[in-house]
Design a binder for this molecule. Structure first.
Ligand code: CAA
Length: 296
């Protein structure tokens, strides 16, 4: 496998492109928006600079990585030579189904089609293609250049051969692949999201404040971020979407999203990306400041 195409140049897509290109794969980064592609290339360069400053990579490796990425807003050109396509587009079933239907007709017959979806069924995505054995989930974690895990999700018909190939590629990237089956939330989000939701319920019920809840989990459980800060980092809209997938998928009230989470998303308080969630973010300072909404 040499040619990789990443579809979607947002946080996950540009992180995936970064990691493949740094490991000497030829990467085509595709997006419908040229402005988004320009922004993605700037982000990749900034993240490579962090790695250079830390001594993790050299200036030469940084230059080679950038040289390995070709940005393209044309889907057909971007995927025609791909051995592996990784879709990291918007988390929306209709968009993914339409895209995989197109990929099936545009890609080489032996190409593997992977999705970085965090919760949409791989079996459902594969059903939009005539190659369900070659469709698989590759769920990277944010920030992609830092996090070691790739949750490899087997759809109902994903073949052993496809799974084996993806495991080999993951290891080439110095990532750790873990095989899971296709049930709502897979493993990562089936466990992570109810924890985040419970933290929001604890806040909503007045058990403790934002900083107190996060401090308990950081210092008591050695989590690098507390669950409320992590929710802001992931995006509250994404957290709500995944809770709804769990709630609908299992039909169990234990997965009901907290009403506070619903309200914050409806009001546009989405966390880091909107500038405010449980914390308020500013360009000037990296200090964690609790949102005025949650100050006593
Ligand atoms: N690219 C490259 N390097 C990066 C980076 C990026 N985007 N972001 C951080 N880094 C590097 C830093 O340079 C630093 O490197 P060294 O260890 O060599 O010093 C290291 O990562 C730590 O970064 P910082 O010192 O800036 O900050 P930190 O110590 O607070 O770590 C963090 C930041 C890695 C994000 C850490 O807070 C963390 O692990 N948080 C939890 C992340 C997490 O849980 N991710 C999963 C989210 S869920 C998901 O993604 C799936 C889903 O479906 C919702």
């Amino acid at each position: 496998m040499k040619n990789i195409t990443v579809i979607g140049s947002g946080t996950m897509g540009n992180g995936i492109a970064h990691v493949f290109a740094l490991n000497n794969f030829k990467v085509r980064l595709n997006d419908i928006s040229n402005a988004a592609l320009d922004k993605a290339m700037t982000v990749i360069e900034k993240n490579l600079d962090r790695q250079v400053q830390k001594g993790a990579i050299t200036e030469e490796q940084k230059a080679a990585c950038i040289g390995n990425i070709t940005a393209s807003d044309n889907l057909e050109t971007a995927v025609k030579d791909a051995d592996l396509v990784i879709e990291a587009a918007t988390e929306n079933s209709a968009i993914k189904l339409e895209l995989f239907g197109k990929l099936d007709t545009l890609c080489k017959p032996d190409a593997i089609l992977a999705s970085n979806t965090s919760s949409i069924s791989i079996t459902k995505i594969a059903s939009a293609t005539k190659r369900p054995g070659q469709v698989i989930g590759m769920h990277f974690m944010n920030p992609v250049p830092v996090m070691k895990l790739i949750e490899v999700i087997r759809g109902y018909a994903t073949s052993d051969e496809t799974t084996k190939t993806i495991f080999e590629i993951a290891k080439t990237l110095s990532k750790v692949p873990v095989e899971v089956n296709d049930y709502p939330g897979f493993v990562a989000n089936r466990i992570l999201m109810p924890m985040i939701n419970e933290a929001i319920i604890s806040l909503h019920e007045g058990v403790a404040g934002v900083e107190e809840i996060d401090t308990v989990m950081k210092l008591g459980m050695a989590h690098p971020m507390g669950p409320l800060q992590l929710a802001d980092f992931i995006g509250l809209d994404v957290c709500l979407f995944i809770m709804n997938v769990l709630y609908d998928g299992f039909g169990n009230s234990k997965y009901a999203p907290c009403p506070l989470l619903r309200n914050m998303v409806t009001a546009g308080y989405l966390g880091v990306k909107s500038g405010e969630g449980f914390y308020k973010y500013s360009k000037e300072s990296k200090d964690l400041v609790v949102s005025p909404m949650f100050l006593k």
